[in-house]
Design a binder for this molecule. Structure first.
Ligand SMILES: [Fe+2]
Length: 196
């Protein structure tokens, strides 16, 4: 029987708190509460993605400024650093308006979810990492999702204005609504969770 590793349990505990921050919209907090409730039940089919991508090399330097942080953001950064070798990586290659080389300049780390460290299909918990000056494509998907930012970064929902929720802030994307994100002069790192 699958037993959840202690370092993953710690990450989930830390992320659970970050997604309940008052800086998130209420709908995001509510969604996250349901996701983490499901995560109370460990589950893994062992089908972890094995590929690694160029943007993975940015993770260490992106986490570095947070490693001495004494808040939950620092706890998350330290936990991700420990989990890194077990994370399942994936990239998006479709969607509109992405910057020319966005495929090479981004990566998603799946921690709990299909192909992730804990490969399962009822939820997704992981993060997006964008190199500087990268615009991720407009896209949408049936599950709603919530984000928490570990760095600066800008988001756009439907055809609204770009906005930066701020480090430790977040946002909520409703089901099937168009959204995008982009980095400025520094990498963008944001946690997300989805209820599938
Ligand atoms: Fe999305």
């Amino acid at each position: 029987m699958y037993q959840r590793p202690e370092d993953l349990e710690l990450f989930i505990r830390v992320a659970r708190d970050l997604f309940q921050a008052k800086t998130l919209p209420e709908a995001g907090r509510q969604l996250a509460a349901k996701v983490f409730q499901r995560l109370d039940q460990p589950s893994d089919d062992g089908k972890r993605n094995s590929a690694r991508y160029p943007a993975c090399d940015l993770l260490a330097s992106t986490l570095a400024p947070l490693l001495d942080d004494t808040s939950g953001l620092g706890d998350a950064a330290r936990a991700i650093r420990i989990l890194e070798p077990a994370i399942g990586w994936q990239r998006r290659t479709t969607g509109l308006n992405g910057s020319t080389d966005y495929v090479e300049k981004h990566v998603h780390g799946m921690i709990c979810g299909p192909g992730g460290m804990e490969s399962r299909y009822d939820v997704q918990l992981g993060f997006s990492l964008l190199a500087p000056h990268t615009r991720y494509p407009d896209h949408h998907h049936p599950p709603e999702e919530a984000y928490v930012l570990l760095t600066a970064g800008e988001f756009r929902q439907r055809d609204g204005d770009w906005f930066d929720p701020g480090i430790g802030g977040g946002l909520h994307n409703t089901r099937n609504s168009m959204h995008a994100m982009r980095s400025g002069t520094t990498p963008l790192l944001a946690l997300w969770c989805l209820l599938v």
